[in-house]
Write a protein that binds this ligand. Sequence first.
Ligand code: 2AM
Length: 188
Amino acid sequence: MIRAFSAIALPPEIRARLAEVQAGLPEIRPVPTENLHLTLVFLGSLPEPQLDDLDMEFAGIRAPELELTLSGLGLFGSDRPHNLHATLAESAALRHLQARLETAARRIGVAPERRRFTPHVTLARLGHDRRAWKCAELAVAQSADFRAGPFKVGFFGLYRSETGRNAAHYTEMSRYTLFSSQGASSGA
Ligand code: 2AM
């Protein structure tokens, strides 16, 4: 069984901006810079044949490149915040792509998350430390001006997740190209 998810990798300059935000929050244990990503669909643990089917489905998706912007910070969990993240400026194209991946997952018998898709990049998972909660709440309250991007997204990936004692380890198993609108107009 392979624990898998599909996601958008972030360009190095965007990860560097997020690392600066994390560095300004010393009370909070950050997600390692190389792990920062935007999850599209969390797939759970799948047997390899099902992953192969999913790979075929994803490879058949033709969708345009995206242009995304990170805008502000947010928290999941109102009285017990558990996740500090960067939020995405609204993108209909991103929602459209995500919905297509979810449909593809359903088609091969994977039931994705029931919670509504809230695009985000997790910066820290908060434990039970109240100081970390306070620090995260303050960061969110002061984040109105935070922007990173816009940046182009030319592909999405299928990742394997291995959870270690400290940080998770993510490996890209496959990559799926999104078409550029310039290429589309020339018939490519
Ligand atoms: P998160 O960043 O909000 O925690 C790999 O674990 C990716 O899948 C993470 O980005 C994680 O989102 C996402 N994910 C979504 N649902 C999950 C779940 N039930 N368990 C673990 N990860 C999940």
